[in-house]
Design a protein around this ligand. Structure first.
Ligand code: KG4
Ligand code: ZN
Length: 343
């Protein structure tokens, strides 16, 4: 970990409940993880093939106080040492977000701490800072279940979205293709695992869109996979799930890597960072490492545990708001489709 100095020494406790992980973390000075607890509900959603919002909320209610206690215990700190409570305010499932927000407000009120509402994607971006200090200008590739974006940051808390998905998010495409292959939820890691078994040989389309555009589109690819499966089975032939997974993944990776590379050149960035659940994909990690190996930009991809949803990333993003004295009022509410705005 490099040298870093905060204007304000700070220890932030953060809560993340936007989807199917109940997570609480304690982070010092935006970069040093003191405690990081994630309680996953994946097993409860598996039999439904996706996240069921009502079930997610119920799990958060059951887990939130347990996870807060566990994080405090893991840290060995007392409440006196906590300077602020950060919480994901959106985007995400409204009922799920509200559980975290209510817990955060209750803590802020009872323990008399300032409250900080954090954008979930800012969190994914700041997960990277827990490993490596940012060098601006920086390019972030966001690939999660709900987002696919390329963002330029010239300084902390400044997000300039230069490209986003026009239809499905990358993670959504992974999950949908996995469902077609009758793989269990969540599909991304399953496709990742299957793709390792074989070389891709099916030529699925790459949606480059117009010249110079940094937008993405994955719905055409998804339809193409559906048609392929349909046509193959209609001919009475067996499908080869590993080949479909590998070929689909290769198509997604080609577009993500090439657009990220082009944007890194055009905007002359110093760092390229990758964020969100799909950043856990082994094929994507390897392809990005390969593409940037001889380039002047530094490529940073967080360890897998920091790519998927966690609260350490929310504390890290919250720390920038804390430094700028940007706090939320007790009227803080859940915003299911909160846009990512700069401070
Ligand atoms: O960021 P995240 O944990 O939650 C959201 O904020 O959406 O991302 C979840 C997404 C899911 O679509 C999941 O299938 C995908 O990330 N994912 C992966 C991998 N691990 C998780 N996709 C591809 N390869 C993986 N190894
Ligand atoms: Zn996420």
């Amino acid at each position: 970990m490099g040298e870093y100095k905060m204007k304000k020494e700070q220890i932030i406790l953060a809560i993340e409940t936007s989807c199917d992980e109940t997570a609480v973390a304690i982070v010092k000075n935006g970069r040093e993880v003191i405690a990081n607890v994630v309680s996953s509900q994946i097993d409860s959603h598996k039999r439904f093939g996706g996240v069921v919002p009502e079930i997610a909320s119920r799990h958060h209610v059951e887990q939130i106080t347990v996870v807060i206690d566990e994080a405090m215990k893991e840290s060995g700190l007392t409440w006196d040492s906590i300077d602020a409570i950060a919480v994901t305010e959106g985007p995400g499932l409204v009922g799920a977000l509200l559980i975290g927000i209510h817990a955060a407000k209750a803590l802020a009120f009872v323990k008399d701490k300032p409250l900080i509402g954090v954008h979930h994607i800012a969190g994914h971006i700041y997960a990277n800072r827990l490993e490596n200090e940012f060098n601006f200008p920086l390019l972030a590739l966001i690939v999660s279940g709900g987002h696919t974006e390329l963002i330029i940051m010239k300084e902390h808390g400044q997000f300039d979205v230069i490209g986003s998905t026009r239809d499905d998010a990358a993670g959504e495409a992974f999950d949908k293709v996995a469902r077609m292959l009758e793989l269990p939820y969540p599909g991304g890691p399953q496709i990742d695992r299957l793709a390792k078994e074989t070389e891709p040989t099916i030529d699925f389309p790459r949606a480059w869109l117009e010249e110079g555009s940094y937008d993405f589109s994955f719905s055409g690819l998804k339809s193409s996979v559906i048609n392929y499966i349909h046509n193959t089975t209609q001919r009475g032939e067996e499908i080869n799930p590993a080949n479909i997974a590998a070929s689909f993944q290769a198509s997604v990776i080609d577009v993500l890597v090439e657009k990220t590379y082009q944007a890194a050149q055009e905007y002359q960035v110093k760092d390229v960072i990758v964020a969100g659940g799909v950043a856990a994909n082994n094929g994507l990690r390897a392809a990005l490492e390969n593409r940037f190996e001889h380039e002047k930009q530094t490529l940073n991809i967080p360890p897998i545990a920091l790519c998927t949803d966690n609260a350490a990333m929310i504390a890290a993003a919250g720390s920038v708001l804390y430094e700028h004295d940007i706090f939320s009022s007790m009227n803080l509410n859940a915003h299911p489709s909160l846009p990512l705005s700069s401070i």
